[in-house]
Design a protein around this ligand. Structure first.
Ligand code: AMP
Length: 504
C-alpha cells in the first residue's frame, strides 16, 4: 500500500462532489476538484525540478491554493516546508540555507528580496499571491490533471516544520507521512468527526495546528472547512450558525467572550469547540460554559509530536487539564535530573512515544539524540503531572522553571493564584537574575481595569496562600502580555524587558 498521505486521503474520499473547502467569497471546492488541482500542482512542481525527497519551501498567505501546494507537494513525493508569513527576508535566509529546498514559493512582492537567498541555496523560485495568482499557478493551470501519486513509505518525510524557537536556533522537525496520517485518524475518531462536520478554519496554515490538526482531520473525515484569511470574531460568530466545529488558540475564545452576542443561541448549531497551542485559562473555560452551554475541549501537542493528549469527547472536559493520551500515544512523567520514571501525581518532564512522534531534527543529530531517546520517547520540554483520574496537567515549559535560592518554582502555580484575584485578567510569572538567589520571581499582570490593584494588594493576597520563596519580588502591571501568532505568551520577551528589575 502506498503510505503517501495524499494516497491515503484520496482513497478515503467517499463523496467526490462534497465540498472540501469553502472560501469567504463563496467559492466551493469539492473533493474531486481538490484532487484535480493537486494533480496539476504536482505536475507543475515536477516541471520546476522537484523530485521525491526534495523540500518545497513556501512563504505564502493563507489560501486554497496554498493547501493545493501542500497536498501537491506530498503527491509529488516532496517535503512541504511552510514558513511563517511574518518572517523577514533575513530570517527566511536561515531556513532556506538550512533546508536547501529545490523550490522556494513566495508572494510576488517578496520575490526580489528573496532571490539572492534562493540562488545561494540553489533553489528555483515561483510565486503565489493571496488571490491564487503568480507564476506557480500559471504553471499549474497549463499542466495536466493526471498525476500518479509518488509511492512513499510511512517513514518517509512529508513535512519539515521549524519550531518557533524562542531560545537558540529554530530547529526543523522532520515529520513523516506515518506521523501525519496516524494523528489525523486518531483525532478524527477521538473527536467523533464525520462528513457532516463544517469547520470554521481561522488559524494560520504555516503551523501544525492549522495545517495538520485542522486541515488533515477535516479532509480525512470527508468534512468541509470554511477558510478565513485570519481570525475575525464577528465573522466567526456569524458562521457558527451553519458550522459545527471551531478549532482555536485560547485568544480566539477570549476575543469571542468579549462579544455581547455570544450566547447559547449563536452556538446552537455548533458541536465542538477545541482549544490548543497555548494554555487555556480555567476561567475562560468556565466563562465559555456559562455563556454558551459548551465545554471547550482542550488538547495538547507540539510541532515535533503532533497531538499527544485530548480531553474526552464524551467524558468530563476538565478546565485547566489537557486530557488523556490519544490512542497509540504513551505518556510518562520523568525526573528532569535523572530521567527516572516518576510516580503518578508528581511533577516532572512529560515524555511521549507513539506513531505521532517525529523522526528527529533536520541535520541536527546531537539535538535529536539529546531529546529523542533510543527507546522512542521524546522529551517534550513541558513539565506536568498526571492526576489520579489520568488527566494530564501542564505546569509550564522546562525552560520557564524558576530556580530561586535553590528552590524550584513552577510559574503556573503562582499564575493560577494571581489569576483568581479580583480585578486580574491574566498574568505571567518569570524568573529574572537576582544577586542573592540566582533568580528571583516577578509577576507581570494585566488587570480587568474594573478594580484598582497595587503590588501591595497582590502580595498581601498571595502571602497566605503561597510559601515565601514563591512570592513575586516585584509586580508589574501592563496592558497586554506579548504573544506570538499562536497565542503563546512570549516569556523570553518578558525576561528581556524586565531583566534588570531586581538590580542583579
Ligand atoms: P508548537 O510546537 O509551536 O506547537 O508549541 C508546542 C508547545 O505549546 C508545547 O510544547 C506546549 O508548551 C504548548 N502547548 C500546546 N498546547 C498546549 C495546551 N493545551 N496547554 C498548554 N500548553 C500547550
Amino acid at each position: 500500500m502506498n503510505a503517501n498521505l495524499f494516497a491515503r486521503l484520496s482513497a478515503s474520499i467517499a463523496s467526490p462532489d462534497a465540498t472540501a473547502i469553502e472560501t469567504i467569497t463563496g467559492e466551493h471546492i469539492s473533493y474531486a476538484d481538490l484532487v484535480a488541482r493537486t494533480g496539476r500542482m504536482a505536475n507543475a512542481l515536477a516541471g520546476l525540478g522537484v523530485k521525491p525527497g526534495d523540500r518545497v519551501a513556501a512563504q505564502v498567505e493563507k489560501s486554497v491554493e496554498a493547501i493545493v501546494l501542500y497536498l501537491g507537494t506530498l503527491r509529488a513525493g516532496g517535503v512541504f516546508l511552510p514558513l511563517n508569513t511574518g518572517y523577514t527576508p533575513a530570517e527566511i535566509d536561515y531556513f532556506i540555507g538550512d533546508a536547501e529546498p529545490a523550490l522556494l514559493v513566495c508572494d510576488p512582492a517578496r520575490r526580489e528580496a528573496l532571490q539572492a537567498t534562493a540562488d545561494k541555496a540553489g533553489a528555483a523560485m515561483a510565486t503565489l499571491d493571496v488571490r491564487g495568482g503568480g507564476t506557480l499557478m500559471e504553471a499549474a493551470a497549463a499542466a495536466a490533471e493526471v498525476f500518479a501519486t509518488v509511492n512513499r513509505e510511512a517513514d518517509d518525510l512529508a513535512a519539515l516544520l521549524y519550531t518557533s524557537g524562542t531560545t537558540g536556533r529554530s530547529k526543523g522537525a522532520m515529520l513523516t507521512h506515518g506521523n501525519l496520517v496516524s494523528n489525523a485518524l486518531a483525532l478524527r475518531d477521538t473527536w467523533h468527526y464525520s462528513d457532516r462536520d463544517v469547520l470554521i478554519h481561522a488559524l494560520p496554515i504555516f503551523h501544525t495546528h492549522g495545517l495538520f490538526v485542522a486541515t488533515n482531520v477535516t479532509l480525512f473525515s470527508g468534512a468541509s472547512m470554511i477558510f478565513l484569511p485570519k481570525f475575525d470574531a464577528d465573522l466567526v460568530l456569524k458562521l457558527m450558525k451553519r458550522a459545527t466545529v471551531l478549532m482555536g488558540v485560547p485568544t480566539f475564545y477570549v476575543r469571542l467572550l468579549e462579544h455581547g452576542t455570544l450566547s447559547p443561541g449563536t452556538t446552537r448549531n455548533m458541536r465542538l469547540f477545541v482549544s490548543g497551542s497555548a494554555p487555556l485559562l480555567a476561567e475562560t473555560h468556565r466563562e465559555w460554559l456559562a455563556r454558551t452551554g459548551h465545554a471547550i475541549l482542550e488538547r495538547y501537542g507540539m510541532t515535533e509530536t503532533n497531538m499527544n493528549t485530548s480531553n474526552p469527547y464524551d467524558g468530563e472536559r476538565v478546565a485547566g487539564a489537557v486530557g488523556m493520551p490519544l490512542p497509540g500515544v504513551e505518556l510518562i512523567i520523568t525526573s528532569p535530573e535523572t530521567g527516572q520514571h516518576l510516580p503518578q501525581g508528581e511533577i516532572g518532564m512529560i515524555e511521549v512515544r507513539g506513531p505521532n512522534v517525529f523522526k528527529g531534527y533536520w541535520r541536527m543529530p546531537e539535538k535529536t539524540a539529546a531529546e529523542l531517546r533510543h527507546d522512542g520517547f521524546f522529551i517534550t520540554g513541558d513539565l506536568g503531572k498526571v492526576d489520579e483520574r489520568g488527566y494530564v496537567h501542564i505546569v509550564g515549559r522546562g525552560k520557564d522553571l524558576i530556580i530561586t535560592g535553590g528552590y524550584n518554582v513552577y510559574p503556573k502555580e503562582i499564575e493560577t493564584e494571581i489569576d483568581a484575584l479580583p480585578g486580574v485578567l491574566e498574568s505571567a510569572v518569570v524568573g529574572i537574575p537576582h544577586r542573592d538567589f540566582g533568580e528571583g520571581v516577578i509577576a507581570v499582570i494585566v488587570t480587568t481595569g474594573k478594580v484598582s490593584l497595587s503590588q501591595e494588594d497582590v502580595l498581601k493576597s498571595l502571602e497566605t496562600r503561597l510559601a515565601r520563596f514563591k512570592l513575586p519580588k516585584r509586580v508589574v502591571f501592563v496592558d497586554d502580555l506579548p504573544r506570538n501568532t499562536m497565542g503563546k505568551v512570549q516569556k523570553n520577551l518578558l525576561r528581556e524587558t524586565y531583566g534588570d528589575l531586581l538590580g542583579a
